[in-house]
Design a protein around this ligand. Structure first.
Ligand code: HEM
Length: 126
């Protein structure tokens, strides 16, 4: 870890690798796959753009797609607490398996995403 933003420390290559791994796991997760499109290419591109800005890099999502309004954008999908846990579990596994992300940075990223994920829950437990 060498100062700067989380984006500076992780770097664009490792971040892109993380997002690719993450959606590979989402596609295999029976709790998550049903609510995602079959083709995750655009979803992954949007997530990479979002995380780039969220972690302190260039505001790519805002530039390409406007204000993310994340909670509103997730309202069409029933996100239970279990689904939020599944999403974070996929992210944890992807973080573990992506070379070039220091453990401290992985923990910080996971904690930040856990806060956003909790905010996305819009459906009671099943
Ligand atoms: C889009 C599910 C948490 C960022 C989506 C989509 C689904 C989804 C189904 C639509 C995919 C598509 O149509 O391409 C979930 C679930 C979550 C979760 C189940 C569990 C809590 C998060 C979190 C973040 C996030 C924590 C941010 C760190 C995004 C972004 C998009 C997206 C940037 C693309 C929005 C757009 O269409 O422009 N998510 N999400 N999501 N999600 Fe999530």
């Amino acid at each position: 870890t060498t100062g700067g933003s989380l984006y500076d420390r992780i770097g664009p290559e490792a971040l892109a690798a993380l997002v690719t791994r993450f959606y590979g796991l989402v596609a295999l997760d029976p709790r998550l796959a049903p609510i995602f499109p079959a083709d995750l290419t655009l979803t992954a591109e949007k997530q990479l753009a979002f995380l780039t800005g969220f972690l302190g890099g260039p505001p790519l999502y805002h530039q390409r797609f406007g204000h993310p309004r994340l909670r509103a954008r997730h309202l069409p999908f029933p996100i239970t607490p279990e689904r939020a846990q599944a999403w974070l579990a996929c992210m944890n596994a992807a973080l573990r398996d992506t070379p070039g992300i220091a453990p401290d940075d992985a923990r910080e990223l996971h904690a930040a995403l856990a806060r956003v994920a909790a905010h996305m829950v819009n459906t009671p437990p099943t």
